[in-house]
Ligand binder design. Sequence first.
Ligand code: VG1
Ligand code: CO
Length: 548
Amino acid sequence: MQSNDVHTIETAPITGQKPGTSGLRKKVAVFSEPGYLETYAQAIFNAITPAGKTFVLGGDGRFFNSDAIATILRMAAANGVAKIIVGQNGILSTPAVSHLIRKRGADGGFILSASHNPGGPNGDFGLKYNTENGGPAPEATTNKIVACAEEISSYRITGDLPDALEVLSNIGTYALGDMEVEIVDPVVDYAALMEELFDFNAIRKMIDGGFTLRFDAMHAVTGPYATEILEHRLGAAPGSVVNAVPLEDFGGGHPDPNPVWAKELFDHMHGPDAPDFGAASDGDGDRNMIVGRGIYVAPSDSLAVLAANAHLAPGYARGIAGVARSMPTSAASDRVAEKLGIEAFQTPTGWKFFGNLLDAGRATLCGEESAGTGSDHVREKDGLWAVLLWLNILAVRDESVADILLDHWQTYGRDYYSRHDYEGLDTDAANAVMADLKTRLPTLPGQTAASLTVSAAEDFAYTDPIDGSVATGQGLILTYEGGARAMLRLSGTGTEGATLRVYLEQYAPPDGDLTRDTQEALSDVIAATTQVAKIEKMLGRAAPDVIS
Ligand code: VG1
Ligand code: CO
């Protein structure tokens, strides 16, 4: 690569350079405007004093990934970074970045992804900074980045990298001025970590014995990881990993692993040729959907089942210290924690809130209703990890997914759960719904709507038990008599308008009716919440756009 000709280019603060739930996400057209990425990347560099440090860099392979990587490399060199470890061809899944930061003792990392948001020239792009524990920057660091973005006046960058793409494609170590660039295989270290945590022999034996599976990589980053681990190392039949080739636009799809966007897999698992086990992952490989033959496992239930059975996998044989879930995730994992006599935590949405609990050894497993599950092996949620833990549990218990789920409900009861999304809303209208409900919270307890009585109404705030930091305004919680709960918040990952997420749950005890249709079981809490929050009245929407 080229020499160290550092240029200082004038810039100015750009409106909207403020990260949401998980990094800064904008349309590709916005991110690729001259100076846009550079200005935000420099704000990060200004916030973290990068000179002499080592970072990891990679992305989910979406459109603009390679261009952005070349730019960040040039800026890192110009900002005095000592070394950057980059995934071959610019590819690294989010959990793989987290692992590499930790394994190499790096000072942080840059993840280029907009996760489940569509990709391609008309799609979305994103940039997230992770700290030296491998996890998403906590609020304090994020606030510092925002402050730097608000007062930025120039960025530093070296001259062009005409051979950047060629360099990225070859594993090896290169010099970019005084900075070292190491190109690594994106899969090898991650796969080795999975072999440490799980009993690959037991899973291989189960597969040799006729157990079948399908993994839908949704043309996103997990393709190479899943093919290597599931097909090559565990012996799943060739073709078990479908949509395995990562594409810049995810094949035009929406790489969000839920029954709506992963419909192809969902339908296959409910059809006559269904294998024993189905799973999918998202754009950047940190989420998972689990489906058994003929049965979908709600992410909140998945977290609870994994918590109850984790000790069956070698990496967790000593037991787990605690389970943390985001506020809108169902209470199913709390019930497991209670039975195990371990701590249960309820955090705001977004993986950054789990970091301190994991670092302190207070939580071993964490999860979100949005299909993110993970553990203290990295500091991100991890899609393939969840798939492998499920496979390990299935291999040891020698039961079907459906039987394991039913047994779980018969032990702990069932938290019927669903998320209703109202998408593409006018931002002011969505804010008005939240503000109006927030003002009325104190008046709600005791009120009855659609046969349910509100017992508590709360504006969720979280005090981090480790560092005492406080996060306010993290969503509204309505608790009803009879074991129902509803949570409302606005999405922080979209790039257009607003999305209102309404999370709904209803508990049925072990001796209750455990096999009802989910939407039917939730019909009272749906009706009550729609009425209490004045959704139809204020938004003019009679039904949600996505039910998952
Ligand atoms: C969504 C999910 C949240 C998740 C976040 C990032 O956020 O609801 O649980 O942590 O995406 O995940 P929001 O603000 O849109 O509800 V990922 O896989 O997009 O990095
Ligand atoms: Co993701």
